[in-house]
Design a binder for this molecule. Structure first.
Ligand code: FEO
Ligand code: CA
Ligand code: CA
Ligand code: CA
Length: 656
């Protein structure tokens, strides 16, 4: 039915986007950076110190850990593994798959994927990613809204994969109906859930259900609203943009809104004027394609908004500014189904993975984010105002003004937040920053000048509710040590397995300007692990995990008890994941650092997106782009990205 090889090639192409062009300045040459991690231990010394590690194929050590009360599951290294496994006593069920009805009038999904874009607009989008359960106040444990990002599309969206042909000029031509279906399959689903009398969650078709897509009108708010640099031929006001793209991870505000983040938006645009592209920082620094076509989708062949080539002598005509209208945090009120989503320009334009809130007792806040490309930065945004829980509607505009910071991780274990203030230091007109709007639009370029630390692809951030320590997953970077200099926070050459780093803001204050940081773990194989040929794996593939091994941490979240849940996005076809296999959900104790594997997903899939019911007795995670035929909610064989629901057979709290 579908072409497995084509599926894998397409996905690999998107995930392996060459980020070298995204860091054209290269790396700051900082002689203070040393190949150490905190305390002066070298990588190999740390590996030796990691005690009692088991091989990946075996279960975690038998040490009893009160926090991690489940029996860990084994890694799955077979290419034909096509299921989800969870610990004994747990149940995992496919719950909400691509094509499932979101709105009551949606047609049933067809196993041949023959439905049109209008049907797709009523159904679940593709590639489920970050998500959050918002409870209703009157019945929080039994009634809520599940809000789910749909990051991008798989070739299986179309009956026989995407079709295109080459034009004489070398550009690609796509059929309009396919492009519209792809745009409809992006965005966000909002679905109402209710526990029935038997205690089972049911999807409800009420007034709150909603699909937001790449075709949904949104408002631009904050300092760039109405700015000339956001004006296009289709929106001369610079106030309204059509659609959101590549919504990866997310955040939740203390006032109950959802923050969908726009990650790899650059893949959707092209600037055919290479000379213009080279000098237009908001294209070049963000990886917009220069040449005949956008990187993957070629939507520009039928939708001129995605052709960002300037029109000579008419700088604000055409769509040269359209890429400036993506890369933002999008705020959505799930409880107001007719509300207009807002793109929040004060928070800065990034390849934005997430926007995770840390809130202090007195209402001060930070929203943390990764910018997921090789050599990009860790960020936080501190609103000017404070949140007052007694007056939540007064918080509605808090994300429209504040300070954006990029992180510098120093080798001595201290770190500093570098403010992106126009007029301070190098952020002046002579360097391409004539005003604060220019700083927000090219936040990456501004952070380059400030000397932020280029990281190994920063993904999700999570805040420990017990002490406000902040964790970030640095998923991997095979160019570390070659194109990117080694440093204390990114200490591993040819970093194929990634690491998790954590910091404590001074005074546990989310708005602090300085912090203490350390590496929480380096992912990878256990000491003594061997490769497919029976030879010891290379030193740089050995991690410091105490417990079950994994590669390429991505999703991160804490539950209320302070368990750190870790989701992985490794290339399960790659030789270096020979011992680790399929992607997984693991659980870590932040104090002992013990890690136990809780779930393994089907071959070819990423495990991403995590949320709980308020009583923590139901856990939802997403299986994104399963590679074979993982049974979705209808049991049919075409692989479908799916939200999986996990409960305990005894109804207990997950993980205990
Ligand atoms: Fe869409 Fe960085 O993961
Ligand atoms: Ca991710
Ligand atoms: Ca990833
Ligand atoms: Ca992904």
């Amino acid at each position: 039915m579908h072409d497995q090889q084509q599926h894998q090639d397409f996905h690999a192409a998107i995930e392996a986007c060459d980020d070298r062009i995204l860091n054209p300045q290269g790396l700051p040459d900082n002689p203070g950076r040393r190949q150490i991690i905190k305390g002066g231990l070298t990588l190999s010394m740390l590996a030796l110190l990691a005690p009692g590690l088991s091989a990946c194929q075996r279960q975690a050590n038998a040490k009893t850990n009160k926090l991690l009360g489940f029996q860990s599951v084994e890694a799955q290294t077979s290419h034909s593994f096509d299921s989800v496994i969870v610990p004994p006593g747990y149940r995992a069920e496919a719950f909400f798959s691509w094509g499932d009805p979101v709105l009551a009038q949606a047609p049933q999904w067809r196993a041949d994927a023959s439905e049109d874009w209008q049907a797709q607009l009523l159904q679940a989008g593709d590639n489920h990613d970050g998500m959050h359960f918002f409870p209703f106040a009157d019945e929080p444990d039994n009634h809520g809204l599940l809000v789910i990002n749909h990051e991008y599309i798989n070739p299986t969206l179309h009956p026989n994969g995407p079709s295109e042909y080459l034009r004489d000029d070398g550009s690609r031509q796509r059929p309009l109906q396919e492009v519209l279906k792809e745009q409809a399959a992006h965005g966000i689903s909002i679905i109402e859930l209710r526990r029935d009398a038997d205690g089972r969650w049911q999807r409800v078709f009420g007034d709150f259900n909603r699909r937001i897509s790449s075709l949904t009108p949104m408002r631009i708010s904050g300092p760039l609203a109405g700015d000339l640099r956001l004006c296009t031929a289709s929106d001369p006001t610079g106030l309204e943009v059509i659609g959101t793209l590549n919504n990866c991870a997310m955040g939740v505000t203390p006032w109950g809104t959802y923050l969908a983040c726009e990650e790899n938006f650059h893949n959707y645009f092209v600037n055919r004027d290479r000379t213009d592209h080279a000098q237009r920082a908001e294209h070049q620094r963000y990886g917009i394609a220069a040449g005949s076509s956008s990187r993957y989708y070629a939507w520009e062949s039928v939708d001129p908004r995605f052709d960002a080539t300037p029109i000579p002598q008419q700088p604000h005509q055409g769509h040269v500014n359209e890429p400036n209208r993506f890369g933002w945090v999008v705020e959505i009120d799930p409880f107001d189904p007719i509300s207009t989503p807002r793109k929040l320009t004060a928070m800065g334009r990034l390849g934005r993975e997430c926007a995770v809130c840390s809130l202090s007792e007195d209402g001060r806040m930070a929203f943390y984010s990764g910018d997921d490309a090789r050599g990009e930065y860790v960020w936080k945004f501190v609103p000017d105002g404070r949140h007052d829980p007694l007056d939540p509607t007064a918080s509605r505009d808090l994300l429209d003004s504040g300070t954006l910071y990029a992180a510098r991780f120093d080798a001595n274990g201290r770190g500093q937040w570098l403010a992106l203030h126009h007029g301070d230091g190098p952020l002046i007109a002579a360097n391409g920053f004539p005003d604060q709007q220019a700083v927000l639009l090219n936040a990456r370029g501004a952070a380059d000048l400030l000397g932020a630390t280029p990281m190994d692809r920063p993904e999700w951030v999570a805040v420990n509710p017990l002490n406000r320590d902040v964790y970030v997953s640095l998923t991997n970077n095979h160019l570390r040590g070659s194109e990117f200099a080694l440093d204390a926070a990114n200490p591993r050459p040819n970093n194929l397995h990634g690491q998790i780093l954590r910091w404590s803001e001074d005074g546990a204050d989310p708005t602090a300007l300085n912090f203490d940081w350390e590496l929480f773990l380096l992912a990878g194989d256990a000491p003594g692990a061997v490769d497919a040929g029976g030879h010891p794996v290379a030193e740089e593939l050995v991690g410091t995990i105490e417990g079950d091994c994994f590669s390429s941490p991505d999703g991160l979240a804490f539950d209320a008890d302070g368990r750190l849940w870790i989701q992985t996005d490794a290339d399960d076809e790659a030789p270096h994941t020979y011992n680790i296999g399929c992607n997984q959900l693991l659980c870590a104790d932040p104090v002992s650092r013990e890690v136990k594997r809780f779930l393994v997903g089907p071959w070819g899939a990423e495990i991403t997106g995590i949320t709980w019911s308020p009583d923590y007795r139901t856990l939802w995670v997403n299986v994104q782009h399963p590679g074979i035929s993982y049974p979705a909610s209808d049991g049919q064989s075409r692989p479908r990205s799916t939200t999986v629901m996990i409960t305990r057979e005894d109804g207990g709290v997950i993980g205990t």
